[in-house]
Design a protein around this ligand. Structure first.
Ligand code: MGD
Ligand code: MGD
Ligand code: MO
Length: 761
């Protein structure tokens, strides 16, 4: 036992940790004693608890109080309110809109990563609140893998996304060739939704590299560090579907397809095989065809395709590949390649989505029991695919296609966000800003003055996880985590739970929301359910007090090495998939019903990619997840800032592209296209393929007209769904220009809260 193990524990999506608390103040963060690779991101908590950007008291926007109908949202100053005044104001406004327009005018989808603890999970609470008061417009799917989440279940059934991937142990033992589309970046394994007890990147990589031939197929070499000895195959962004199709075509042309598997487990491979051979459209999808699209020499593609048959092959795609126009297609093509090779359901082989996207992928299922507050059914039945939020606000009443249906955007009058930051996460922020001026009222619960809080009419100051007791964990992580309150709430901050309970009470639905419990009682309720679940599995469960004193409960180590779809492979009749045919659909009638979709995997032009580069926008911008933070969270911590220069993020650019623009390493840059502009600092990197630049997400949007004074790449990205099939976020399809910025960089405004007046006279 290490000395720190007697200290109180808490957890975030980037890791569990222990804390030294002295005289009511948080002094220091120490790593969780069982974490083999603790994230440095946890260390910033002491400075973030009382950071100048904390929201200190409830406020209302001045212009809104005067009835400006949203005109000054994002530019205004605020008036401080006391809690009762603010709660009355918000409840009256929600009640007024509910009365005059109905619950379908209330938007409470509130997409975002909230906190790790389950009981105080803000997004769960905002949805429960709206459930209690009669319903709202919700958001479905997610930004991470929204296109796949909607579409892949139609092709291979449920649970193939994000859930149980073939275990790392199975790859270690059986895999010969691991095709890593988008790489296996270390930075992504810092994070796991719900809290991380163990960062297991090192043990995962030890199994996936070395004996196994691993190919990093990505525009960016550092997606797998060179020390792992992997091959790097640079590919043009958004071109992966074409590469996968050509690999499949090589296998077919060589007569090496597993025709028995196609006959027994696949629904109608015929149309796709005819497309690959060229029988359908006159264009065989050969390596030569793909070379022109992917930028990879035909010989390299042919050699790789010839190497696959007879080997155990894992076709692994990161989530980033489907956050692009027609992002459904590389996933579908990968499933098809695994079928043609006959690898689906074999140990260490098949297809998988997300090994490189989050910690613990390929871990066994610990089935860590976790309970958030139960949801209350949404009486309106309305929801939008989450990434269509600006479309909804800008086009009330408009029809759109999604997942085989025609839907209509509702007419939203009030937006409530708690636990998310759309001015971080959404594409084309100048358009979102326009959209956010449409509703009559915007209410936000936040711990910090984020760009979203700055676009709200009423802001409630929320506590952060370290100011609350809670329970966290994730089903692929060994530890159930007892999160302990380490500090008193900052200034006037309150728990989201208490804010929603008070609003529900004022709206006459208090008992429905609380069921007579406070958050501590809900914690007891959750523990009872956890204990019962574990006891039923024969686990020796400690008392709640013992659990909290230890800080965690280790789940029993599962024995099995899991192989995705092994049941289905063994007996497709006894274990059919939840697809229309019960088999893997390489032809889908649902897909074929949409315009431009032939019903099988297809290469479709993403409109903004290197194949359509222009003089105005010649570079493909990729916007990966940031290394030193989770999205926009902790953007102003010292750790995040240490990765920036002049408070701007680094843009990775190939030496040839830099030279053509007279750019030297460390130069200030302007990054721009027709939608907007932002600033960055040049990092010249021969490990980025020519024509591609990378600027991570996460910088706090600081608008000055169409320009972001900071480095938020979402002023540049296009706000369009992946396609009618999935309507996911398509951020990775974006063309830009980059130029040296010789003058001084504009001072940032978002390093301090907006102007707040003590009280309206
Ligand atoms: N260009 C581009 N854009 C992208 C992506 C991309 O690849 N490229 N990726 C997308 C993806 S995958 C994602 S998941 C999204 C992430 O987008 P978000 O999840 O919206 O981003 P976060 O910064 O994590 O926002 C969470 C917010 O919740 C707040 N919060 C934390 N705890 C609490 C709490 O207890 N109560 C309350 N009220 N608030 C709390 C935090 O302060 C923070 O502001 O971004 C998407 N955007
Ligand atoms: N440190 C840190 N880790 C995180 C997060 C964070 O904010 N910070 N966020 C978490 C969340 S919410 C999510 S959803 C996951 C996201 O996980 P991913 O979507 O996998 O992450 P990204 O960083 O967007 O992309 C990974 C790599 O894919 C490559 N790539 C991009 N486009 C293409 C393409 O068209 N083809 C190919 N072959 N490669 C491409 C890029 O070089 C990039 O570095 O990350 C999680 N992990
Ligand atoms: Mo995500």
């Amino acid at each position: 036992m290490s000395a720190s193990s007697s200290l109180p524990l808490n957890a975030s999506h980037w890791g569990a940790f222990r804390a030294e608390v002295d005289g009511g103040r948080l002094r220091r963060i120490l790593p969780f004693e069982h974490d083999p690779r603790p994230s440095r991101m946890t260390e910033v908590w002491p400075e973030m608890l009382d950071h100048p950007l904390r929201v200190a008291q409830p406020v209302a926007r001045k212009g809104w109080l005067r009835g400006d109908k949203g005109a000054a949202r994002g530019e205004d100053s605020y008036v401080a309110l006391d809690w009762d005044e603010a709660l009355d104001l918000a409840a009256t406004e929600i009640g007024r809109i509910r009365e005059s327009h109905g619950n379908a005018a209330l938007f409470g989808g509130s997409y975002g990563w909230s906190s790790a603890g389950r009981i105080h999970h803000a997004r769960t609470l905002v949805r429960r609140f709206f459930g209690a008061i009669g319903g709202h417009v919700d958001q479905e799917t997610n930004y991470s893998y929204g296109a796949a989440m909607a579409f892949v279940p139609r092709i291979v059934g449920h649970d193939m996304i994000g859930a149980s991937l073939t275990s790392a142990a199975s790859i270690r033992e059986h895999c010969d060739i691991f095709l890593a589309f988008g790489g296996l970046p270390l930075k992504n394994w810092e994070i796991q939704a719900g809290g991380v007890g163990e960062h297991r990147y090192d043990s995962f990589m030890a199994g996936v590299t070395g004996r196994v031939r691993t190919v990093n197929i990505s525009p960016c070499r550092e997606d797998i560090e060179e020390k792992f000895g992997v091959e790097w195959l640079p590919v043009r962004p958004n071109a992966d579907a074409a590469l996968i199709m050509a690999l499949t075509q090589v296998v077919l042309a060589e007569g090496k397809a597993d025709t028995a598997f196609l006959a027994s487990h696949v629904n109608d491979a015929g149309p796709y095989l005819d497309y690959l051979s060229g029988k359908a459209d006159g264009t065989p999808k050969t390596p030569e065809w793909a070379a022109a699209i992917t930028g990879i020499p035909a010989g390299t593609i042919r050699d790789l395709g010839r190497a696959l048959p007879g080997k155990r092959v894992m076709v692994s795609l990161n989530w980033s590949l489907q956050r692009a126009r027609h992002g459904e297609q590389p996933y579908w093509a990968a499933i098809a390649l695994a079928c043609v090779l006959g690898q689906v359901g074999l140990p260490g082989g098949g297809f998988a989505f997300g090994y490189g996207s989050s910690n613990a992928m390929g871990n066994p299922e610990y089935r860590t029991p976790l309970y958030g507050l139960p949801s209350i059914p949404n009486a309106t039945g309305l929801s939008i695919p989450c990434a269509r939020v600006a479309d909804m606000l800008l086009n009330p009443g408009a029809e759109y296609r999604y997942d085989g249906e025609t839907r209509v955007y509702p007419e939203v009058k009030l937006v409530y966000w708690a636990g998310g930051n759309p001015f971080h996460h959404h594409q084309d922020l100048n358009r979102l800003r326009e959209a956010f001026r449409r509703p009559e009222t915007v209410i936000v619960n936040e711990g910090y003055w984020t760009a979203t809080a700055r676009h709200a009419d009423i802001v409630f100051p929320a506590t952060v996880t370290l100011e609350r007791d809670d329970i966290g964990g994730a089903s692929r992580d060994r530890y159930l985590l007892a999160m302990q309150k380490l500090a008193a709430p900052h200034a006037g901050a309150r728990d989201d739970y208490d804010i929603f309970a008070a609003l529900a009470e004022r709206l006459g639905n208090g008992a429905t929301f609380t069921e007579g419990r406070g958050s501590q009682e809900w914690l007891g309720w959750a523990w009872d359910k956890i204990s019962a679940t574990l006891a039923a599995r024969g686990v020796n469960v400690p008392s709640y007090e013992e659990f909290r004193a230890q800080g965690y409960l280790a789940m029993p180590e599962p024995q099995e090495t899991y192989v995705m779809l092994s049941d289905f492979r063994a007996d497709p009749v006894a274990h059919p998939l939840s697809t229309p045919s019960g088999r893997i659909e390489l032809f889908s009638a649902r897909a074929a019903a949409e315009p431009g979709q032939p019903g099988h995997p297809v290469w479709l032009d993403p409109e903004e990619w290197l194949g359509r580069a222009t003089d105005q926008a010649p570079l493909h911008l990729l916007t990966p997840q940031p290394k030193r933070k989770l999205h926009g969270q902790m953007d102003f911590s010292s750790y995040s800032r240490a990765g920036k220069v002049q408070d701007r993020e680094l843009l990775q650019i190939n030496p040839a592209d830099a030279e053509a623009r007279g750019i030297q390493d460390g130069d200030a840059l302007r990054v721009f296209n027709a939608r907007g502009a932002c600033f960055a600092i040049a990092r010249i990197d021969p490990g980025v393929m020519p024509g591609v630049v990378l600027l991570p997400t996460g910088a706090t949007y600081d608008p000055d007209g169409m320009t972001d004074r900071s480095s938020n790449p979402n002023v540049l990205t296009r706000d369009i769904g992946t396609s009618e099939l999935g309507q996911g976020c398509a951020a990775q399809s974006c063309l830009v220009q980059v130029a040296r910025h010789d003058g001084p960089l504009p001072p940032l405004r978002v390093t301090a809260p907006p102007p707040i007046q003590a009280k309206e006279d």
